[in-house]
Design a protein around this ligand. Structure first.
Ligand SMILES: Nc1ncnc2c1ncn2[C@@H]1O[C@H](COP(=O)(O)OP(=O)(O)OP(=O)(O)O)[C@@H](O)[C@H]1O
Ligand SMILES: [Mg+2]
Length: 309
């Protein structure tokens, strides 16, 4: 569905500087996959998505979407894509139902078809009760569901979602994840960006970790965790600033230790055993926790930084 090699995007700013947003990335996404770009602010996720969505020309490299070149066949590609941009761009003057209808009309479908499609998508997005409400009256989660519904009017084969759930509360996120999961079950290829590791773990078959415009790792969530982290992590919490005193002792217990402002993270295959050893060595945290490694630990290992700032 997507093939990219050496894909590059640079911006020339007014000040005469060049911003290298995407620095030569390679990727291939097969049909039916749920593929993710995980990375912090400024990693180049949106710049990549906009090139794939054929709304931003590439600076360099190869890019083919559905076997076509966005530079010459952008219209034909966009006909078969659904795009959910990072910022909702719904028509606030129109009702919820009209937003879907008007958008569907752009694709040249008949009026009857467009009203029927609007109603079908309202049902899918659980917005039927809000059909005649103005967009301004919707919650953030509802607006996001409407934007996703709108991206589906042309029954896309490939759905691009730029941070589908950023800024939403946990419940709203779960409703969205459920809808996206259904689309995946129906065979739609999903490509999404996120800086939430739990979202990436929930939705993505495979993902790339992006940082500073480059891909720093690629694999399934489980593969990435196995490759770049240990099975378990012991979190020792301290009054901020006092964690450094325990650092020399803790570092002798494990191969890898991360020092965060209020915590030490001890990477280990057996968390309970390591925690016991920490207590035996005289370390006295205010709280402790044994948990599984996550993509956050992978990101920390790869970049030395946290995903969410
Ligand atoms: N139109 C533009 N002109 C100049 N610089 C830009 C432009 N768009 C993006 N950039 C820069 O390119 C880099 C990558 O931005 P991009 O929006 O792709 O990151 P992102 O991973 O989507 O970040 P976020 O998580 O904040 O959405 C940033 O340094 C950004 O400031
Ligand atoms: Mg972005």
């Amino acid at each position: 569905m997507i093939h990219a090699a050496g894909l590059t995007k640079s911006f020339d700013t007014k000040g005469g500087e060049t911003v290298h947003a995407v620095r030569g990335i390679d990727l291939d996404v097969p049909r039916g996959e749920a593929f993710g770009f995980l990375g912090p602010n400024g990693a180049g996720k949106s710049s990549t998505m906009r090139m794939i969505a054929c709304v931003s020309p590439r600076t360099d490299g190869e890019l083919s979407i559905l076997g076509m070149d966005p530079n010459t066949q952008g219209i034909a590609i966009r006909d078969r894509l659904g795009v959910v941009p990072q910022q909702d761009n719904l028509d606030e003057e129109l009702t919820v139902r009209e937003n879907l209808y008007v958008y569907a009309r752009y694709f040249g479908f008949s009026k009857t078809y467009c009203w029927a499609k609007a109603d079908e998508l309202l049902e899918f997005a659980q917005l039927t009760e809000k059909a005649n409400a103005k967009v301004t009256a919707l919650s953030g989660g509802m607006k996001r569901r409407l934007t996703i519904a709108r991206s589906l009017v042309n029954d896309p084969e490939l759905l691009l979602l730029d941070e589908p759930t950023t800024g939403l509360d946990p419940q709203a996120r779960h409703v969205l994840w459920d809808r996206l999961f259904r689309l995946k079950q129906a065979g739609v290829t999903l490509v999404l960006t996120t800086h939430y590791m739990d979202e990436a773990e929930q939705l993505c078959d495979r993902l790339v970790v992006m940082d500073g415009g480059q891909i720093v790792a690629e694999g399934s969530p489980a593969q990435l965790i196995a490759r770049y982290s240990t099975r378990e992590v012991v979190e020792l919490r301290f009054v901020p600033g006092t964690q450094h005193a325990a650092e020399p002792v803790a570092s002798k217990l494990v191969d890898r230790l991360e020092v965060l402002p209020d915590r030490l993270l001890l990477y280990t295959q057996d968390g309970d055993d390591t925690l016991e050893q920490a207590h035996a060595a005289g370390i006295e945290p205010v709280a402790s926790l044994v948990r599984r490694s996550t993509l956050e630990d992978v990101f920390l290992r790869l970049t030395g930084r946290s995903l969410v700032d």
